[in-house]
Design a protein around this ligand. Structure first.
Ligand code: BYC
Ligand code: FE
Ligand code: FE
Length: 470
């Protein structure tokens, strides 16, 4: 489908030929812009930002770089190209033609999945809204805004599905997505991790490494959906998602790099005198963001997840590449549980362990980031290594919720856990220290002292390019 860029809402879904849908989306657009104005990035409305904008889903077309003022970004609706004769890939309806319309019996489940996905997108923008004021460089400021506008577009992607396929209650859900807000006491966002403000850049890089990566894995699972419009929407979102994780992984990597340089210069691993982030402090941030992010996969065993799978609504990571029956009626899957004498593995019906399987795939992928960061540390001749904490550590969802389990997976007494907590997770003092480092650096080519410069610029521009014109 051709991209229409001259419409009020850029799209490749033929909005022009569907007056009802066009009216619904054009009625929602001003509310979205009001929301962006009130809840989006603070203080930079007038700045010109060097951003990529999707103008086509084909190769090259989706990454057009140019100067944009944030409120004037062209948020559009883009679905990946359809696959001819696509079939439902898993569950009870395996091999049926993929659905172009919502199957009536699954309407509520499908709407729920789309609403939960949609809710996280604007939530992250709200969480990050003040970060611009303390950016470590113009390069980083630009990356923050790129992530923010694309999360805004991801909201559009879900609102399109709601408006196009769920009639009146879809429209109501679309409204509600702008009415819940991250951290709002009365109307919070749906998932817990999206109610914590992201108040410093170390947290932002951790969030984009760990939490956007949850986004990637959830989108991968939804991109397998038998409901074709959802699959195609998520396929295109995944392209944008790659940059968000790049920002996180390289951002943390640059902090690691800088910390190692400071450690060698000053011959200390504390770094508070040097205005740096010690590796120990980084480890605490990793422990926090990893544990909060793995909660986002839901319980270890879940009848919801079993039912999403059996119905063909939400698959496994790389469902199509797997060699099994894609129905899982007989299969089992190993799950860690908390027995009378500590953690142990048990085999459970694979259908009930779909969430745990996705979490496993996610954890393996997170580890690659750790390997990269550890390679930076090793190159500097430093012996410390960063690690992922045990999956049972510091959980709020599932069988480990609230259990006193250490980062290396030992069950201890609640008193011992509480006494050791500040050695494992950022303490108030740690957070206050990290905040004290967050002084804005807005001159082209300059960079804050707690982070190394990036290895390369964006879109082949130099690192000292003026990525944001204030
Ligand atoms: N917080 O059966 P269970 C992203 C609820 S991030 C609060 O184990 P289920 C992004 C659950 O809803 C990706 N509540 O879980 C990243 C259920 O409630 P009901 C977002 C939770 O349903 C960065 C009950 O507990 N996308 O895109 O199998 C920046 C029992 O749960 C939580 C998605 O999440 C929690 N952490 O799975 C921007 C994909 N966990 O129904 C964007 C869509 C569970 O009994 N969502 N609960 O009232 C889903 O697939 C599923 O809803 C979940 C939960 C995987 C989240
Ligand atoms: Fe997103
Ligand atoms: Fe993202």
């Amino acid at each position: 489908m051709e991209v229409t860029y001259s419409d009020r809402i850029p799209n490749n879904v033929g909005l022009h030929d569907n007056r009802r849908l066009q009216r619904a989306l054009e009625a929602w657009q001003p509310r979205y812009l009001d929301w962006w104005h009130e809840m989006g990035p603070e203080s930079f409305d007038a700045a010109h930002v060097y951003l990529r904008t999707a103008t086509d889903v084909g190769r090259g077309g989706w990454a057009n770089f140019g100067w944009v003022r944030l409120p004037e970004y062209r948020w559009g609706i883009f679905l990946a190209d359809p696959e001819p004769d696509r079939r439902v890939g898993f569950g009870e309806h395996r091999d049926d033609p993929a659905w172009q319309e919502v199957p009536g019996e699954y309407r509520n489940q499908l709407r729920r999945l789309i609403v939960v996905q949609g809710d996280t997108e604007p939530a992250s923008v709200e969480q990050q809204r003040r970060l611009g004021q303390t950016c470590p460089s113009l390069y980083d400021l630009r990356n923050l805004f790129q992530v923010n506008v694309e999360e805004g577009r991801h909201l559009w992607a879900m609102v399109y599905l709601l408006d196009a396929h769920f009639g009146r209650d879809g429209r109501e859900e679309a409204e509600a997505l702008l009415e819940r807000h991250a951290g709002d006491a009365d109307r919070p966002r749906i998932l817990a991790a999206f109610n914590e403000p992201t108040t410093d850049w170390l947290s932002f890089f951790m969030f984009t490494h760990f939490t956007d990566r949850d986004g990637r894995f959830q989108l991968e699972a939804l991109s397998e959906s038998g409901f074709d419009p959802l699959a195609r929407t998520c396929q295109f979102m995944l392209r944008e998602e790659a940059h968000h994780m790049f920002v996180g992984t390289t951002g943390v990597g640059r902090v690691v790099q800088r910390s190692c340089e400071l450690m060698r210069q000053a011959d200390t691993d504390d770094l508070r005198q040097q205005g740096g982030v010690s590796l120990q402090l980084l480890q605490k941030y990793i422990n926090f963001h990893f544990s909060v992010s793995i909660d986002l996969f839901g319980g270890e065993t879940s009848s919801n997840a079993a039912s999403y799978f059996s119905s063909g609504l939400k698959g496994r990571f790389h469902e199509r590449q797997r060699v099994d029956d894609h129905r899982l009626l007989e299969a089992t899957y190993p799950v860690t549980e908390l027995g009378a004498d500590g953690l142990r593995q048990v085999e459970v019906p694979a259908l009930t362990a779909i969430n745990e399987g996705l979490r496993d795939d996610y954890i393996a992928n997170c580890q690659k980031g750790l390997d990269r960061w550890n390679a930076i540390i090793a190159e500097q001749g430093i012996a410390t290594r960063l690690t992922l904490p045990h999956r049972a550590f510091h959980r709020s969802i599932g069988i480990f919720a609230g259990q006193p389990i250490t980062p290396d997976g030992r069950v201890v007494s609640p008193e011992a856990w509480a006494a050791a907590r500040d050695g494992w997770l950022p303490s108030d003092a740690d957070r206050a220290y990290v905040h004290s480092l967050m002084q804005p650096v807005l001159e082209p080519g300059r960079i804050a002292g707690w982070i190394a410069p990036p290895a390369a610029g964006i879109d082949d521009r130099p690192v000292d390019f003026e990525y944001v014109r204030l």
